[in-house]
Design a protein around this ligand. Structure first.
Ligand code: FAD
Ligand code: MLT
Ligand code: ZN
Length: 471
């Protein structure tokens, strides 16, 4: 059966775009953090929407599962096949055309396989701004960003992927095409299919194109790194900065001392901008479309007041684009440094912002009591209430013993998140990493509705089975 299917697929996309050898598949079958490894019958690389539709039709008829994949940078194992060797990876990377920029409507229409950084560049060259920004932007695709409803460092001001998209084109499991590629700011014609596909992690359909919102280019920027005594001071500073800077506050990233220690140790060319390592650090950015706005002066004023009030202990304002980049490198190097430092048990949680301080204190005490000696790597998008609450092994532990703590640690952290009425996935998605925990934290009615939708859209369950929902 597989030979016939592979022949049919080669007939659709061309034999050179059906990869069956292990070496050719290697980059597709392992995830970015190297936690998951699967096997695939083939990696299929269609070149346009109609080829995607024909591939899905064939796989649906043959009852073969399809794992949509963009840049393979996801953090929840959502794009990795299982180890049966019977699933097909559908790589969208060849759908990489930027179709149109509309400077009046402020939109850009792109194929789903476009690399995020290329979309940012195209917008910039047109004098506009596409605000989604994250550490993987040089390799993740807009299809993957949409499928995971990605967040990143500018959500505070511009929203996550769901708020940045206007229209979508989606191929359904049976090969039908939903053309929702509209550039409308208003459309009240019933259920919102677009928002259903965004964040569905490849389980309801394959996104092939999107219309995205553009914004005015920020021509004035000020970036600062601030030393603080802890998370409570960081929250006080967030409130102070927000009330003075208003919607010019574009990023507010938090990290604890351990995170920066790790970056300094593992990421070449990084340096601490303070004399000594503070317990907590914030990286913030203000921006404005008005080139005349003196954001450095505004930031300097707010920082002086925060230092005088004992909220911040030290601060550095970038004096050039290069210095700003170096500060961002410290923040964005955290993911890379974690992978180099060894195994990590990751949590990507969202909480009401005002309760973050209490959450952190309670959770740290509970973990220290139950699993003494673990290394806390707590960082994230504090301005969105989103923390990457990560842990690494105690020095005397081996990797296997540490990984054996995954279940109990997840339970401990997520139960506290649940009590604070938070979410166990803020921006990375559920994938396979959090699939089995989801039913514990999501109301049964919501779980049932999600299963019903899955059956409606994908009756043979060929689209990314076992991700997000238990199959
Ligand atoms: P993939 O990893 O290929 O896929 C992710 C999921 O989307 C899978 O379930 C896959 O099946 C599905 N999918 C992919 N393409 C399609 C499609 N066209 N149609 C339907 N389903 C599809 N995320 C954040 O939100 N914020 C961050 O700040 C952030 N920082 C990161 C930093 C680093 C260094 C890395 C490596 C990752 C980071 N991420 C972050 C994770 C983030 O989810 C991904 O980088 C990105 O959004 C995924 O895009 P991708 O193209 O790589 O998708
Ligand atoms: C980030 O914000 O850098 C990523 O989403 C986090 C991670 O690596 O866990
Ligand atoms: Zn993040």
């Amino acid at each position: 059966m597989s030979d016939g299917l592979l022949r049919d697929l080669a007939g659709i996309v061309g034999a050179g775009y059906v990869i069956t050898d292990a070496a050719g598949q290697e980059a597709y079958v392992v995830d970015w953090i190297k936690k998951y490894r699967g096997r695939a019958m083939a990696v299929v690389r269609p070149g346009n929407r109609d080829e995607v539709a024909a591939v899905l039709r064939c796989c649906n008829d043959a009852g073969v599962s399809v794992i949509p994949q963009g840049g393979n940078t996801g953090m929840a194992g959502g794009a990795t096949p299982d180890d049966s060797g019977r699933q097909m990876i559908l790589s969208l990377g060849r759908l990489n055309r930027i179709h149109e920029i509309d400077p009046v409507g402020n939109t850009i229409t792109v194929d789903a396989g476009c690399i995020l950084a290329n979309i940012q560049t195209a917008a910039r060259e047109a004098g506009r701004f596409f605000p989604l920004s994250l550490g993987a932007e040089g390799s993740c695709t807009i299809g993957g960003n949409l499928a995971t409803n990605a967040g990143g460092i500018a959500v505070l001001r511009y929203g996550n992927m769901r708020e940045l998209a206007l229209g979508l084109e989606v191929v359904l499991a049976d090969g039908r095409i939903w053309d929702g590629l509209q550039a409308l700011r208003k459309d009240n014609t019933g259920y919102d299919l677009r928002d259903l596909f965004i964040g569905s992690e490849g389980t309801l359909g394959v996104i092939t194109a999107a219309v995205l919102k553009l914004h005015p280019a920020p021509t004035a920027r000020a970036t600062a790194m601030i030393a603080l005594s802890g998370e409570q001071a960081a929250l006080e500073f967030l409130v102070r900065l927000g009330s003075r800077a208003g919607d010019r506050l574009t990023a507010f990233e938090f990290m604890t001392r351990n995170c920066l220690d790790l970056v300094l140790q593992h990421v070449a060319g990084t340096a601490l901008p303070f004399k000594t390592m503070p317990p907590a650090i914030v990286l913030t950015e203000l921006s404005d479309a008005d080139a005349e706005a003196d954001l450095s002066a505004l930031l300097e004023g707010i920082l002086s007041e925060a230092i005088a009030a004992g909220i911040a202990t030290d601060a550095v304002i970038a004096q050039s684009g290069e210095q700003a980049k170096a500060l961002w490198r410290l923040r964005e190097g955290i993911s890379e440094a974690q992978v180099r430092a060894g195994k990590t048990i990751k949590h990507d949680i969202a909480l009401p912002i005002g309760r973050l301080g209490a959450f952190m204190r309670e959770t740290e005490a509970a973990i220290e009591a139950a699993f003494p000696g673990l290394r806390f790597l707590v960082f994230g998008h504090l301005g969105d209430g989103n923390l990457h609450y990560n842990l690494q092994r105690a020095p005397q532990m081996n990797d296997d013993d540490f990984y054996a703590l995954t279940g109990p640690l997840n339970r401990l952290v997520h139960d506290i998140v649940g009590r604070y009425r938070g979410s166990i996935s803020a921006e990375h998605g559920v994938g396979q990493l959090r699939r089995d925990e989801l039913p514990r934290y999501k109301p049964p009615v919501a779980m049932q509705l999600m299963h019903d939708l899955k059956t409606l859209f994908d009756p043979h369950s060929i689209l990314n089975p076992g991700k997000l929902l238990q199959s």
